[in-house]
Design a protein. Structure first.
Length: 254
């Protein structure tokens, strides 16, 4: 009998020690490639820009993954958060509605897909109270055992910026302004669901001195000047393994 598909009902951001890094693996955001890491992308023309979510070091047999990415526009100095421009309003009410697409297919033979058979997936883009973008990506599949030494494609995220312009949006919103603004892509959490029923929280693959904002990818150079060095460090996301609450795949998949 084929195992029933299961998917995260609630993702838990947990506090833990980075000593588990090698055991649990890490997650990376990179523009257009799994490896090497391409952290930054500039808006050079109205076209589609691809952000790749990949994982390496994962060895636990698993049946799903859950990743949440925050897209944040900061005002420096002061770390004040401002709403993202229309160019990043991929929510249902935004200027770019319907122009975001995702895939969990392999980017290349060197970066195979982190998925087993029968893999329904779900993507949700929303705007939080601060005006920042939230991209939630979940998938479930039949049991899959990765190789720790292999970097896997988890998601390819296609941001269709073919209707984006520099400067403000025109009154009729025929194009979406703010393509030249800086943005920070921050991983809120990245989990895989082990076949044991536990969630395994991954760290980030790169380290940054940017607490509390830890960008894994940036747009137009990012919003924080390189000379900024706050006292706290932000080397890795929390790592832990805890029991999770799970539900069956429902109509949220599309």
């Amino acid at each position: 009998m084929r195992p029933a598909h299961i998917v995260f009902a609630l993702a838990m951001l947990v506090i833990g020690s980075s000593r588990s890094f090698a055991q649990n693996g890490c997650v990376r955001l990179s523009w257009g490639t799994c490896d090497p890491h391409v952290e930054d992308k500039f808006f050079t023309a109205p076209t589609t820009y691809k952000l790749v979510v990949s994982m390496i070091g994962v060895s636990a047999p698993n049946v799903g993954s859950d990743v949440q990415i925050h897209i944040v526009h900061l005002d420096m100095p002061g770390f004040r958060i401002y709403p993202v421009g229309d160019a990043w309003r991929f929510d249902d009410e935004g200027c770019q509605a319907g122009r975001l697409s995702v895939s969990n297919n392999a980017l290349s033979k060197f970066c195979p897909a982190m998925t087993g058979n029968n893999a329904p997936s779900s993507s949700q883009y929303s705007i939080d109270a601060s005006g920042s973008g939230i991209l939630r990506l979940t998938t479930s599949y039949d049991p899959f055992t990765p190789l720790a030494a292999t970097r896997y494609t988890v998601w390819q995220v296609m941001f269709d910026q073919t209707h984006t312009n520099v400067g403000p949006s025109p009154p009729d919103k025929s194009t979406c302004g703010g393509g030249e603004l800086c943005e920070e892509m921050i991983i809120d959490f990245a989990h895989v669901l082990a076949t044991t029923g536990q969630t395994v929280a991954l760290t980030t693959c790169e380290s940054y001195e940017m607490a509390p904002f830890c960008p894994q990818a940036t747009w137009n150079g990012g919003c924080t000047p390189p000379e900024y060095q706050p006292p706290p460090t932000c080397e890795e996301l929390p790592v832990s393994t805890l029991p999770a609450t799970w539900g069956r795949v429902k109509a949220s998949y599309r």
